[in-house]
Design a protein around this ligand. Sequence first.
Ligand code: CTP
Ligand code: MG
Length: 236
Amino acid sequence: MSVAAVVPAAGSGTRLGAGAPKAFVPLAGVPIVVRAVDGLLASGVVDEVLVAVPASLVNQAEELLAGRPVRVLVGGAERTATVRRALESLEARAAHGGERAVTPEGHADIVLVHDAARPLTPPALIASVVEAVRAGHPAVVPVLPLADTVKQVVGSHVESTVDRSRLRAVQTPQGFTVDTLRAAYAQSGVDAVATDDAGLVERVGGTVHTVPGDPAAFKVTTAWDLRIAELLLEGS
Ligand code: CTP
Ligand code: MG
């Protein structure tokens, strides 16, 4: 069963505010997207990677990722649109009998969607997501319990305290059978916007399985996160 990984890296990184799209910001000298892609390849379970970047940075991404089994394409205005484009690209390739992401029957088996913005994701977590899909779960997400108490607020007023025991923070990579993710995107309509891919599977009635996440798979969103990532690399 072949595995293709889609890496959305086309965001602008507004909250990081580093003066460049987040995926291209260096983390201890290596661009965030390069670290994310190398983590996927180090897992040993990924056959090929599709990286979606802003249109103006395609050439730069190709240079940064040269020598790896990676294709670079142009992302969309929202993360959902970016992943949709990558899935279409995967499909077009399958239709043309392309190489690695395609079985003898003519379609890819498993697709991972992994944020470029999670550069320190342990390869073992990536492998565990693929393993769960292989074990028969058509949609898989890594999750962590929440440490903080969570309250629902309106303006500055607390409305209620949420039962934290049933809440989970969701990470990437998220893993799917290709048919499952494709169907979810097809049924969700081109204007659908979701903050993660499993959310679209849920919307169309699919079952999403969880596996234990890893704190190291945290998303670099703010300057604080980037600093934490730098410190983690220094200490390793
Ligand atoms: N992403 C994408 N295409 C978009 C928007 C986001 O590929 N149109 C990607 C980002 O590059 C990132 C991942 O989706 O790897 C998660 O998004 P987020 O952390 O929100 O990154 P940005 O959108 O870049 O950051 P911000 O929201 O602060 O601008
Ligand atoms: Mg964003």
